[in-house]
Design a binder for this molecule. Structure first.
Ligand SMILES: Cc1ncc(COP(=O)(O)O)c(C=O)c1O
Length: 381
């Protein structure tokens, strides 16, 4: 997707790749020269660099964010008979990760202002089978670290973070990846730190968990042809690790650019509050890394969310919805036992949220164009 003058794309990765194209090509060529495509030296280097950026000692590269959730949970000893509490409004992959280890996914509702997991609901859902509370740092904002740590201390339940949308996000002095026993990140291409294919990582301060994930991702073999665990094949490709290692040093700047663009949106959309356009709340200041910039289109808006999205598209402004159907209402998950009305906040958000264009390099001029287009659409122009 490349931006033209008249359109504002939803995401434009070419802006971040153009200045580092030579470095990426060189990194790929190095892998072609040494031929260590599986668990080559670039994997270890990137694992160490990413873990250090998060402020934890261990990083284990895996095949995707989904696998990072499954392997991280498995390494923490989560399995059949255990319950894992997670929000109903997340990308389905969070549920898939829990499913993969055979544990029961127990969904809870979310906060209407941030769309983050409702921690009071999470605590109320704890039973004697609960092994883990799994917050999702949705849209690039951390679920309150202080409240999470308080919950863990009060209840004895462990925390596992899904930070697939929150690379290097901070809140109240805490960083993504430092709150839970272990944390999953996704490197899906559109993420704040994206590979050029699939990829993920588990980071942890727990050496035992780290060792276990390292074994599990490689057929459960701590050494060749010796299978201590029932593992799988889910390794971060060397070429992807090489690309990610080139991109990692740029991540703080890219995150700051997203945060700046979000501040422009916040300012310029303020006058639309009375017209029912309400940005999700930021409780993290500069620590919110805005993987997505999401507004709610409330009932007081003269047009509904679908109409607004369609009119913006006609005006060349591309938007997304993250996510239109909460996990409990997905047809493939009907057997989880919930239905319409089970999680009213998540369901209302599913009908009202709209993600506006957001990517590093989104300049004030483009933000202005988006805001003008929203004003025109609402005014019926
Ligand atoms: C919140 C969340 N969890 C998990 C995932 C899964 O990551 P992946 O696509 O790398 O499997 C994603 C992204 O796709 C995500 O946004």
């Amino acid at each position: 997707m490349v931006a033209t003058l008249s359109t504002v794309p939803f995401v434009d990765l070419s802006l971040q790749h153009a200045p580092i194209k030579e470095d990426i090509n060189r990194a790929i060529a190095t892998v072609l020269d040494h031929g260590g495509y599986i668990l080559g030296p670039e994997v270890k280097a990137f694992e160490e660099n990413f873990a250090a950026a998060c402020g934890v000692p261990h990083g284990i590269g895996v095949g995707s964010g989904t696998e990072a959730i499954a392997l991280g949970l498995q390494a923490m000893g989560v399995g059949p008979g255990d319950e894992v509490i997670l929000p109903a409004n997340t990308f389905i992959a969070t549920v898939v990760g829990v499913d993969k280890v055979g544990a029961k996914a127990v969904l809870v509702d979310c906060d209407p202002d941030t769309a983050l997991m409702d921690l009071a609901a999470a605590e109320a859902a704890i039973t004697d089978k609960t092994k883990v509370v799994l917050p999702v740092h949705l849209y690039g904002q951390l679920v309150s670290p202080k409240e999470l740590l308080g919950l863990a201390e009060r209840t004895g339940v462990e925390i596992f973070e899904d930070a697939s949308q929150a690379h290097l996000a901070t809140r109240d002095g805490y960083k993504a990846g430092t709150i839970g026993t272990a944390t999953a990140f996704s490197f899906y291409p559109g993420k704040n730190l994206g590979a050029m294919g699939d990829g993920g990582i588990v980071v942890t301060s727990d050496e035992t968990v780290a060792k276990k994930v390292r074994s599990l991702r490689n057929y459960g073999a701590p050494k060749k042809y010796f299978h201590e665990d029932r593992g799988t094949n889910s390794r971060l490709d060397t070429i992807q690790a090489a690309i990610l290692d080139v991109k990692l040093p740029h991540l703080p700047l890219w995150n700051a650019q997203r945060n700046q663009a979000a501040q422009w949106y916040d300012e310029k959309l303020q006058s639309l509050d009375s017209h029912g356009i309400r940005p999700m709340k930021n409780h993290s200041g500069a620590g919110h890394i805005y993987h997505l910039y999401v507004v709610q289109v409330k009932e007081s808006c003269p047009i509904n969310r679908e109409q607004l999205q369609e009119r913006l598209k006609e005006k060349g402004v591309m938007t997304g919805i993250h996510y239109p159907i909460p996990c409990h209402l997905q047809p493939g998950y009907a057997d989880m036992g919930w239905g319409p009305g089970s999680f009213p906040v998540a369901e209302a958000l599913g009908n009202e949220i709209l993600s506006l264009p957001m990517f590093p390099g989104l300049d004030e001029d483009k933000v202005d164009r988006v805001v003008v287009a929203i004003n025109e659409a609402i005014a019926g122009k």
